[in-house]
Design a protein around this ligand. Structure first.
Ligand code: DC
Length: 220
């Protein structure tokens, strides 16, 4: 079983995916964390993140490892735990340009497919990102596309991060959406066969319940 979950920033993807994976005893992969880890490494090594050639030249170097336990997902780069470091404003502000570089996407696509196909228990996995249903696992039996109103997304993000400036948080989300949707390679799109869920006005538990029901109908 692969559950492919795409959608805009702050649409509730991470909480939904972790909740669904926990409920169903599946693994969980946050591909956004992998793009953030790549971005963190570029910043650490002084690579100009807006220079696509410079990013492409070095994107095979970082060793990125993702733990897939939904109760405690982990991410390391060259053996360093970067779970907190990849959520800083510096990384958030640079991750979209790094994610537009085709060589970065090709490298992380290989890593993502290795993790998804790994010969481990449980085999099933919930994968979240921007291009999971369209590019990474186009034949996933369950595909979802999560969205929410920009103001609801900004409020959730601000609450998570303790940010005070709602308007600035919303501007940042919208600018990331624009870059993620507008890039040439693997843009954020609703994949063929995906079910669109607008989470505005729904509690997390309601959304998890809905998705668990969909997976149960397909059969784990
Ligand atoms: O889900 P997130 O906000 O942590 O993702 C961070 C960035 O990574 C997002 O702005 C775009 C990029 N990303 C991507 O291009 N493709 C994915 N599958 C996941 C994330």
């Amino acid at each position: 079983m692969v559950v492919a979950v795409d959608g805009t920033s702050g649409s509730g993807k991470s909480s939904t995916c972790r909740g669904v994976a926990t409920r169903l005893g599946l693994r969980y992969l946050d591909t956004g964390a992998m793009f953030r880890a790549m971005t963190w490494w570029m910043l650490e090594h002084g690579v100009e993140v807006h220079d696509a050639d410079a990013v492409a030249a070095r994107c095979d170097e970082p060793v990125i490892e993702s733990g897939t336990d939904p109760a405690a997902p982990t991410i390391t780069v060259d053996g360093v735990d970067v779970a907190a470091a990849i959520r800083t404003d510096a990384v958030t502000g640079s991750v979209s340009p790094v994610s537009t570089v085709p060589a970065v996407r090709a490298r992380l696509l290989r890593l993502q497919r290795e993790i998804i196909a790994a010969d481990v228990e449980p085999a099933g996995i919930v994968v979240e990102g921007r291009d999971i249903g369209s590019v990474v696992v186009p034949d996933a039996p369950v595909k979802l596309y999560l969205t929410a109103d920009a103001s609801a997304r900004a409020s959730r993000r601000a609450a998570e991060q303790g940010a005070a400036d709602l308007a600035a948080t919303e501007r940042l989300l919208l600018s990331r959406d624009a870059i993620d949707s507008g890039r040439a390679t693997a843009p954020l799109v609703m994949a063929d066969g995906a079910v669109h869920l607008d989470t505005t006005g729904h509690t997390l538990d309601e959304v998890i319940e809905l998705v668990v029901g969909m997976v149960d109908r397909v059969g784990t």
